[in-house]
Design a protein around this ligand. Sequence first.
Ligand SMILES: Cc1ncc(COP(=O)(O)O)c(C=O)c1O
Length: 385
Amino acid sequence: MKFETKAIRIQSDRSQHREHSTPIHPTSSFVFESAEQMQDVFSGKENGNIYSRFTNPSVEEFQTKLAALEGVESCMATATGMAAVFTSLMAFLKKGDHIIASRAIFGSSFQVISQTLPEYGITCTFVDPRKMETWNDAVNQNSKMLFLESPSNPGLELIDLEKASVFAKTHNLLLNIDNCFATPYLQEPAKWGADIITHSATKFIDGQGRVMGGAILGKKEIVEKAYLFVRRTGPSLSPFNAWVLSKSLETLAVRMDRHCSNALALAKWLEKNDKVKKVNYPFLASHPQYEIAQKQMSQGGGIVTFEIDGGLEDGVNFLNSLKMLSLTANLGDSRSIASHPASTTHLRVPEEDRLKLGITNSLIRISTGLEHIDDIIEDIDQALS
Ligand SMILES: Cc1ncc(COP(=O)(O)O)c(C=O)c1O
């Protein structure tokens, strides 16, 4: 089956009511016919659900479908994207280990790797994603993992996943990729050799700003480790959120096509606007890593960033002048969203460090929604004016 068909036709068994849509199983635990059956399921002699922190049929449907779409053997769902990122680190690293990570990663991932992991005796070195030739210097005898994000949030920096995979294999590192911005519809990291793939399902996978969720994907033995970590520590996905996300996957392809066509049209329009200094979008020929985007992504994604020809105040004024676009912390929603990283998400990051991430004072991030492109452009045009 093709991507779109798998996203719609992979579903759990119907109940006795023969519902056409997918059933939902909001239950904390599952009952047994007898004490003997309970013992058999607990001991693993018989397959079956015990408790929804461990497994749940609604969660299982979401996991099975997402694994098929990502082209991997297995998936473990989590309560949020950060629970997936944290699990993808803690389930595979231990005291004394060292991790190499791109410096261009989502803020909370950066904080977990730079601040939380060292508290547990796991050290880290950050590398420039655009200078792979310098990565060798970061490797030491305790290095166990390479953690990357491509495209990155919010800088839209890319990493050649094929070359990163060769590097990881050469140094015996687990390759861990956050595939949140691309989704499996635009980019399949496993095809290039990623061992662990994480998602914030809160973003494009839900796509309508309703629920939080996350996932860790890879080969069976990788996901089994993540499963044990989640089962013990508790950040499992709720059955309701799993049901919402499973339904969301049915429309992922059509939504992503529209997100991408709107984002590309917006990026091209912004490039021609004289109030705009710079536009950043992976499928613009002017993107410094356009060739990498063409090689490993089928479209450029839903996020566009641009710099207003001005300073911090102009960025804030721009946001205040928008009439339709939402000012909110999410992205990947059907509603277009504008944000100004320098005065919000990256307010506490020193300016020098912000600039290294490409976050200038007038940088605006647009999560291009599914509204008509003319209306999106009209709002941005009047706000720029
Ligand atoms: C690239 C990336 N990874 C992970 C996360 C964390 O996801 P969540 O907010 O669902 O915990 C985000 C959230 O914005 C993100 O953008």
